[in-house]
Write a protein that binds this ligand. Structure first.
Ligand code: C2E
Ligand code: CA
Ligand code: CA
Ligand code: CA
Length: 272
């Protein structure tokens, strides 16, 4: 073989160095971006499955990152987490979203919280600070957490959920159906809402097993007193099946893509 062991190692080292350089570059860009106020927050409507009226929005961070070019959150949230910049970024998103949604008083607001933020023992106090500072009513706020953190530290997760609910804020389990999420452990945490991930909910019209799993999740969540939101709804058939299955809330491109606050505001004005 022409590929020597040494050649492989060198190649491997080069890739590792490239990955590290990429990570460092993005990390510095995030730090600068925060200082220069480059980040935006967009909002995707969440509709009531029965009335199809918009009852809330999910806040999603956006980084146009001019002139380097926009980077989707999946490509920088992880780096923000490992570098610790997620605390500042997460706090920015929460504060901005509460300010933006404050005047749209009939809408609830759901904000993504990364495991690193949730791990912070000061997290609940920080949320309380934003609520007080912005005047945003706690009962309109929902925080979305993923199972990664919940499974990693169930004791702390339970305490955090209790404390957040004490503030009047709702807590949702995000991305249900993607990881190890089992129906069994739902019982051990007092979530208000289960969000079925688009990778599962989006299969309801084509995959019988996925449809059965979605149906089972909805029945068990409702037995536990939890609401269910399905995300990633892209067509009418998916919408119909999820309504039939008894899903409470729906979210996806079929209803609306995420949009800047100005667009959400004018949409709400048109609808009176
Ligand atoms: P997520 O929390 O599961 O958010 C839903 C993602 O699905 C969003 O992608 C949204 O734009 C997209 N989406 C909505 N409807 C549809 C649909 O019908 N079809 C398809 N294919 N996609 C749809 P986005 O905005 O790129 O965000 C990706 C992920 O990045 C989020 O997944 C979330 O995990 C993370 N993220 C976004 N914003 C924040 C944030 O402010 N903080 C934290 N910690 N994470 C965030
Ligand atoms: Ca989410
Ligand atoms: Ca998801
Ligand atoms: Ca997610």
């Amino acid at each position: 073989s022409k590929v020597t062991g040494k050649g492989r190692i060198t190649h491997y080292d080069a890739e590792l160095n490239n990955a590290r350089e990429h990570q460092l570059r993005i990390e510095n860009d995030i730090r600068d971006g925060l200082l220069r106020n480059e980040f935006d927050v967009w909002y995707q409507p969440i509709v009531d499955a029965r009335s199809l009226a918009t009852i809330g929005v999910e806040a999603l961070v956006r980084w146009p990152r001019r002139p380097a070019g926009a980077l989707p959150p999946d490509q920088f949230i992880g780096i923000a987490e490992t570098s610790g910049l997620i605390y500042a970024l997460g706090q920015f998103v929460l504060r901005r979203a509460c300010q933006d949604l404050l005047p749209l008083s009939d809408l609830k607001l759901s904000v993504n919280i990364s495991p690193a933020q949730f791990r912070d023992p000061e997290f609940e106090n920080k949320v309380a600070g934003v609520i007080t500072g912005s005047g945003f009513p706690a009962h309109r706020l929902q925080l979305e957490v993923t199972e990664t953190y919940v499974l990693e530290n169930p004791e702390r997760a339970r305490a955090a959920i209790t404390n957040l609910k004490g503030l009047g804020t709702a807590v949702a389990l995000d991305d249900f159906g993607t990881g190890y999420s089992s129906i069994g452990y739902l019982r051990r945490f007092n979530f208000d809402t289960i969000k079925i991930d688009k990778s599962l909910a989006g299969l309801i019209d084509t995959d019988e097993q996925a449809a059965a799993l979605v149906g089972g999740t909805i029945r068990i969540a409702s037995a536990l007193g939890m609401a269910v939101t399905a995300e990633g709804i892209e067509n009418e058939k998916q919408m119909k099946l999820l309504r039939l299955a008894g899903c409470d809330q729906l979210q996806g491109y079929w209803f609306s893509e995420p949009m800047p606050i100005e667009d959400l505001r004018s949409l709400r004005q048109q609808h009176g």
